[in-house]
Design a protein around this ligand. Structure first.
Ligand code: MN
Ligand code: MN
Length: 466
């Protein structure tokens, strides 16, 4: 090797494609791991289903609801369910908890369409459900695709009816119609963001009239009758419901080489699955390990199930109480000594839309889990910026364990921006860095990730807690 080549190898930071540095055994492990992930995506399409899945896994692995513990000791595994939409899990460490905890936090909610409180109406012989979109969607992507209905209806008696239609092969699916190109001249002249309006995102649910003469709104009546027979609900019950419309199609392996996963809700269920899976494999950690699956991230982390709520603080306080040595200001002290990975997806460089990325500082599919030192927009505004000392610590974890990673910004400067729950935990005093899987077509009904990156996220989450 020439001097120059040697020097270059020593001094340059060369970014590698993960598939080129693994053997066939690891590749098999990756594919096997991702089969489980795909199954999870097809099982848990809403935040409530994510929580149900997480609790099921946790109970199988020895986790117990914290209310059932009077006293906690090292090695104990607990969880706290926040209103069926968010969950926190912890494994008590051997070290003094005053020296901090290790947190990994993801979110179980994804962009979708929610039903309005008064959703059902009839128009020209069709019955529809009106929706109000949730999170950042491109509205045109939600027309002319198969959709399913998931959610709960709570009656004044407290009885909770769970609804899920459109996932099984023998069940009907739903769709939002779009205009045929032949007559869409006017629509096609509009700006993309105005092509489909929010008030036109109405789900087509029926077309057979109730069989009786001299009656108005017979199609709506027939649909309400079907719902009543199946679920025992009437129109007013929609007032106290949370019903979500999500893509009905299945998540699948993608690409001729099956190197990717295509599916709905990978933001942020890819980080939910990888962190949960890692958590299930941890035993007796030195430092208390905490896994957060939060809700409402897509609309600003607000409300009592969002990360901004004090419910997480209450969970950690409860741990301190049950360890038997809580005292004034201990919670704040614990937080200030804690470390966190904000496990949320990153926008990957898409060669078709490369103009929005600065390729020296973009994440690529297949190059490993992506770190974002900061997010935000316009001059880092709103960013939680990880301290260099902490980034150094995280780098060591990756490099000592030979886990491939990359570090990236979300797009070119001043082109847009975004954020995660990172700042919320950083505000409590924790050291936080974003660490998640790069995604193509983020927030669309069919997002794409690399199996290599998914596996590398799982690996580093496990190492972080251990
Ligand atoms: Mn996210
Ligand atoms: Mn998102």
């Amino acid at each position: 090797m020439t001097d120059g080549k040697q020097l270059k190898e020593k001094l340059f930071y060369e970014r590698k494609n993960g598939w080129e540095i693994i053997n066939s055994e690891t590749k098999e492990d990756i594919y096997k791991f991702c089969n489980g992930y795909i199954e999870f995506l097809n099982t848990a399409k809403t935040e409530r289903e994510v929580v149900k899945y997480a609790i099921n896994q946790a109970e199988k692995n020895g986790f117990v609801d914290i209310i059932n513990y009077e006293n906690l000791k090292a090695g104990d595994k607990v969880f706290y369910i926040n209103r069926d939409k968010s969950v926190y899990l912890a494994i008590i460490g051997k070290n003094n908890i005053e020296d901090g905890i290790n947190v990994i936090g993801s979110h179980g909610d994804s962009p979708r369409l929610d039903l309005k409180p008064n959703p059902v109406y009839e128009d020209n012989g069709f019955a529809y459900l009106k929706t109000h979109y949730y999170g950042g969607i491109k509205k045109y992507q939600w027309t002319a695709i198969p959709l399913s209905i998931h959610g709960v209806v709570v009656k004044p008696t407290g009885e909770k009816v769970e609804i899920c239609i459109g996932e099984k092969e023998d069940e009907p699916v739903f769709t939002i119609t779009d205009l045929l190109p032949h007559l869409a001249q006017e629509q096609m002249e509009k700006k993309l963001k105005d092509g489909i309006s929010g008030e036109d995102l109405n789900i087509l649910v029926g077309s057979i009239p109730y069989n009786e003469k001299d009656l108005t709104e017979k199609v709506k009546l027939n649909i309400l009758n079907i719902l009543n027979e199946k679920y025992g609900i009437t129109e007013i019950d929609f007032l106290s419901s949370e019903i979500e419309i999500v893509p009905a199609f299945k998540s699948r392996s993608s690409g001729l080489d099956s190197s990717m996963v295509a599916g709905y809700g990978q933001d942020d269920r890819v980080c939910v699955y990888t962190s949960l899976k890692a958590m299930m494999e941890i035993e007796n950690p030195e430092t208390t390990a905490v896994c957060i699956i939060s809700d409402k991230e897509e609309i600003g982390s607000v409300g009592n199930t969002g990360m901004e709520s004090k419910v997480f603080d209450r969970f950690v306080s409860e741990i301190l109480n049950k360890l038997g040595f809580n005292k004034p200001n201990l919670l704040e002290k614990v937080f200030c000594h804690s470390k966190m990975l904000s496990a949320d997806v990153d926008s990957a460089m898409d060669p078709i839309y490369s103009s929005v990325s600065e390729k020296n500082n973009a994440s690529f599919l297949g190059r490993g889990v992506a770190l974002s030192k900061y997010t935000g927009s316009r001059g880092k505004s709103g960013a939680s910026d990880a301290n260099a000392e902490y980034v150094g610590y995280i780098r060591r974890l990756f490099e000592e364990n030979n886990i491939l990673y990359q570090i990236a910004e979300l797009g070119k400067i001043d082109i847009g921006g975004g954020g995660t729950i990172a700042y919320i935990l950083a505000n409590k005093g924790m050291d936080v860095i974003d660490c998640g899987v790069p995604v193509l077509s983020m927030h669309s009904p069919y997002e794409v990730t690399s199996k290599f990156d998914i596996y590398s996220a799982y690996k580093i989450y496990k190492i972080f807690w251990n």
